[in-house]
Each structure stands twice: as structure tokens, then as C-alpha cells.
Design a protein. Sequence first.
Length: 184
Amino acid sequence: MGQEGSPVSEVHFNDCRVPAANLIGGEEGQGFRTAMKVLNKQRIHLAALCTGPAIRMLDEAIRFVTERKQFGQPLAEFQLVQAMIADCQTEIFAARALIMETARQRDRGEDVTMQASMCKYFASEMCGRVADRCVQMFGGYGYIADFGIERFYRDVRLFRLYEGTSQIHQLNIAKRTLALAAAS
């Protein structure tokens, strides 16, 4: 559907033997915990990765709506187009702020399990919403391949699945929030 430059597929290890010295986590039973620590970093990274295409799509849409005219005026002068631009810009800013604060916390050695989930969840959903609005700003041209925005629309859809689906992150965030409430 998308991500042509980054093929996604299944990997199978059948009858694969792994020496005990190469166990993830160093000892049996620690692999999941070790993998989860890495996932926090990966989730922050993926959240940051979501902001790049969002910024690019918004830049492309702004260029289009300032040049394209309807009823004798640029599309950018229509208030509902301006509202979509404002929503995109605000969400991009919010995602970046959330990512930066979470990265700072991780750099300080703090547990960012919930924050990493919030970053990944918010940024990947934000990127999808930005893609949808940008296609909308292009109108019919947003649906055809000539302008490239349709490719971004297809490519960024996978962000909501990588490193845990949005629904998994909703559950992680809720469980952590409820545990914190119970502890206080």
C-alpha cells in the first residue's frame, strides 16, 4: 500500500538455534524486559520520524493553496483552508514538544514507558490527520499521483501500526495512568 522504499514483510526463523551466550537480556526470562527497554527508545524515535513527513506534507499543501486559485483568489485565503493549516501546524508543534520532553526525560534516566507510548500514539495519529487534511487541501489533485501528496497519505498510514498499534498504546497509557492513580 505504501512505504515502497522500505519493504515490510514477515520474517520466519524455523529450526534456528541460538547459543545461550546470545540470549537477549543475557539470561533466560529477561528477553522481554530487555526488548521493552529498547521499545521505549524506538517509540520515541518513531514519533520523531512522524513529524518529518507531517512538516513536508504541510509545506507542500501551503505551496499548493497559495498558488491555486478558485473564484479569483488563492485557496489559502479561504477560512476553512486556513483552519486546516492551523490544525496541522498546532498538532505538529504539540507532537514535537511531547517528543522533546520525553527524550529529555529518557536522557536523564527516568522511566518513560508511558510517555514513550503517548509520543508514539499522538505523533502517529497526528501524522495521519495531517495527511488527511493535506489531501483535502489539494482537492481532487490530492487523490491522483501527479502531485505526490497521495503517496505520503499511503506511506504514513503504517506509522500507526509500527512499534505497537495505536490501540495497544491506548491500553498502555490507560494501564499506567490507572496504576499511578492507585499508587497515590
